[in-house]
Design a protein. Structure first.
Lengths: 208, 333
């Protein structure tokens, strides 16, 4: 089955539920190397997203994602608000008017989201950020789609790569964001942004 | 967690209601946009000066809104940057036709949100200048960090550029003054205890009864080093020497010395620290031309202090001395 806006809406709801459930865990990761608010902020943002979803229940995928992005920019604050917000806004722009998502469309959406985070955060992989989960996930997704694997398998591969990428941030030294203030002391802690990013990919494979 | 609050969710709004109730002559709070605005804003023909950041640093920034300082402040959730909508609303509210200065503390979240807001305001043809404050010498400014944090110098900059804006200076000059304050100020802080973010409910970090953290940020971010508690004289050296070396401040300089409480430290201890600071500066041949002592940029109930030195010249001294009337800072007005 080709994913459509119903799948996208369901994914957003699962993600909101997962962020709510993982709120304290994400916050505790942030307390170790940041300012102890990541889970709280993401939960606040996606609670607002849940409130907004009924207004786009009949809309195309692009509009849904743009609405999510605008809501996150308006409610999350911190660095996560502009970064996740920009990601969803860019994906929404890339997927404007789409009712269904072929694998190549989904890939284009994720690529636009990734580039949005790179541009807004002036970041790259290896700096102990959400890109360290997103980058590997995108690589895995692209490889699986180019190899004509079933879309569900491609998402599974992306989710696994995101999870591995998030875990791989633990030995990294942060050079971007608030964790960078710690220098060497940021080593040994998993990055909260990479962890929440991996959760979004995880939620694409659950409940199917 | 023991706090004088109704609930973690309502703490920022409840505080803003209190601020407005206490100072209706100076500020009004726009609860829809979640901003604190000078009561008579916009002042036609005057550059608007706004700032913002996470809550939990009171009186910064809302307590500095009024006459001769900020025109508006955007309070975020506790320790969380406000969002672009707030900054855009504040920018509109204070735009008297001469443009608006955004004073941004250098934290990734604040910088990104203010950047988005400035883009939105410029799209509405409001002239915006942004200056990022990064005076904290505890953080190495290098390619490998997000850069120095904005701390105590922000308070001094808001006062000084607010005075310049009140005197009718154009946007470019107000922005350049803000850069000048930032370039001539250095800070460093320390903590004796942690703080508890209301929504988190438990202390952000653990510090032993006999330990202190040197180089702490204003959000409970760990600092340079953790060490055994020492006498105030030694703590003052640990804070001041990196500050003095960094600019550097030299014999013959005149400075504004700002000894700031982190929220949970009584004035008696701040004066003890001020005494040590003035002793060290005297030894270095640095004259204290002006001072500020008290809790102005705080970290909830954290105990500890920060020291900021600003190298003064006639221009900065005159603007510092100019009248100011805000909830938290008032003289000659």
């Amino acid at each position: 089955m080709t994913p459509d806006r119903t799948c996208v809406l369901a994914w957003l709801r699962r993600s909101a539920a997962a962020l709510h459930e993982q709120r304290d865990y994400l916050t505790s990761l942030d307390a170790a190397i940041g300012d102890a608010d990541h889970g709280i902020n993401m939960d606040r943002g996606f609670t607002a997203v849940l409130d907004k979803l009924p207004t786009v229940a009949e809309a195309d995928v692009g509009t849904i994602l743009k609405t999510v992005g605008a809501t996150l920019v308006s409610t999350v604050g911190g660095a996560s608000g502009p970064l996740y917000g920009t990601a969803f806004l860019r994906a929404g722009t890339a997927l404007a008017g789409r009712q269904e998502l072929r694998p190549v469309d989904a890939l284009a959406g994720f690529e636009a989201a990734y580039e949005g985070i790179v541009a807004r955060g002036k970041a790259q992989r290896g700096e102990k950020t959400m890109l360290d989960a997103f980058g590997p996930a995108l690589d895995a997704l692209r490889a699986a789609i180019e190899a004509k694997q079933p879309f569900a398998n491609a998402l599974r591969a992306a989710a696994d790569a995101a999870q591995a990428g998030a875990l791989a941030t633990t030995p990294m030294m942060a050079t971007k964001g608030r964790a960078s203030y710690l220098g060497q002391r940021s080593i040994g802690h998993q990055d909260p942004g990479a962890t929440s990013l991996a959760l979004f990919f995880q939620m694409m494979t659950d409940g199917k | 967690m023991k706090k004088l609050i109704n609930s973690p969710e309502s703490v920022v709004d409840d505080e803003l209601h209190g601020l407005e109730a206490a100072h209706p002559d100076l500020v009004r709070v726009d609860f829809e946009n979640h901003i604190v605005v000078r009561a008579d804003a916009p002042v036609v023909g005057k550059v608007g000066v706004i700032s913002g950041g996470g809550s939990g640093h009171e009186p910064m920034h809302g307590g500095f809104v009024g006459r001769g300082m900020l025109d508006a402040a955007c309070p975020g959730a506790v320790f969380t940057s406000p969002v672009p909508d707030q900054m855009l609303a504040a920018t509109r509210a204070v735009n008297g036709g001469a443009g608006v200065l955004h004073i941004v503390k250098n934290y990734t979240g604040d910088v990104l949100n203010f950047e988005m807001a400035a883009e939105l305001a410029q799209a509405e043809n409001i002239q915006v200048a942004s200056v990022t404050m990064d005076d904290d010498v505890a953080v190495k400014d290098s390619l490998y960090t997000a850069g120095r944090r904005g701390v105590g110098a922000t308070v001094l900059a808001e006062k000084i550029v607010g005075a310049a804006a009140a005197a009718g200076a154009p946007l470019e000059r107000v922005a350049n003054l803000c850069r000048k304050v930032n370039a001539n100020a250095r800070s460093m802080g320390m903590a004796l205890t942690s703080c508890t973010v209301p929504a988190a409910g438990k202390p952000t970090f653990e510090l032993g009864d006999d330990e202190m953290e040197i180089g702490i940020g204003i959000h409970g971010e760990p600092g340079r080093t953790r060490m055994k508690l020492a006498p105030a004289a030694q703590i003052a050296e640990l804070l001041l020497l990196p500050i003095l070396e960094d600019l550097p401040f030299r014999s013959g300089d005149t400075v504004l010395a700002f000894v700031n409480g982190m929220g949970g430290t009584p004035l008696i201890e701040l004066y003890v620290m001020y005494n040590e600071v003035s002793r060290i500066l005297k030894g270095k041949g640095v004259t204290i031309g002006r001072n500020l002592i008290g809790s102005y940029i705080t970290s909830l109930e954290m105990a500890g202090c920060s020291v900021t030195l600003l190298k003064l010249d006639d221009e900065l001294t005159q603007l510092w001395d100019a009248p100011v009337h805000t909830p938290a800072l008032r003289w000659r007005a």
